[in-house]
Design a protein around this ligand. Sequence first.
Ligand code: ATP
Ligand code: MG
Length: 266
Amino acid sequence: MVNPKRKEDDPVGKQVPEQDAGPLTTATDVVRTADLWKLFKLGDEVVKALRGVTVSVRPGEFVCVMGPSGSGKSTLLHLLGGLERPTKGTIELLGQPYAGLTESQLSLLRHQTIGFIFQSFNLIPLLTAVENVELPLMFDDADPGQVKADCRELLTRVGLEHRLDHVPAKMSGGEQQRVAIARALIGGPDLLLADEPTANLDRSNGAAIIRLLTELNHERGMTTVVSTHDASVAEHASRVIEMRDGKVIADSGVVEPDGHGAGSAR
Ligand SMILES: Nc1ncnc2c1ncn2[C@@H]1O[C@H](COP(=O)(O)OP(=O)(O)OP(=O)(O)O)[C@@H](O)[C@H]1O
Ligand SMILES: [Mg+2]
């Protein structure tokens, strides 16, 4: 995985100490944040991309993050996935705070527990579908024959059994996004993060990708967080979080003190 460390974007990145990681503990939430802020410095201007976001995602949830352009959806997903450090606030994945991890520890945790899907697929152009999917495991101590078999099985599951040896340029956008989904799943992640996975697809391909993500969520209990502009995605979600100007303005999954949810999106 590309090291997405972008220290120059983080005006107070030095606040995050680099020290030994504690043990990976189990927790009720897959990922949780408290008072998360992210500022970007653009010349003299400071952009407040996130302004105090507190969310918890529970195992098996299918969370849809909605909001207009610039509301902070991608920033939130990047922070949840440890691709960027927060300016302020905390993030824990399976009970492990990111703040105590060095970059390499965070990178390993990400590799072992998170699958990412991006708007622009981010496949390697020269590699076939199977090769793209096996890429995340290339440096792992895994049996290459088994990895290849798992890749073929996953690509078959996402409906690409007839495209195993095609390179991305020979595939449609919907097919490329299916390869990206298989690649995100190959390591058996605990958390799947998808940032506008349907934005570059036409309506029917987009709907098919969301159907696939929903099925995988049900089949594997795969905790999934999807950001989107598309209101129809929310119909498939077990929970909808709405963002505006870097803040959460509505969350259908908030558990009230009486133990009841604030309302369900289903
Ligand atoms: N690397 C960066 N440097 C400077 N500003 C940034 C950076 N990334 C995001 N921003 C700013 O932070 C704010 C939130 O951006 P973000 O990409 O999270 O929004 P978004 O909700 O994902 O929008 P979209 O729907 O267009 O993808 C925006 O004002 C954006 O310009
Ligand atoms: Mg975005």
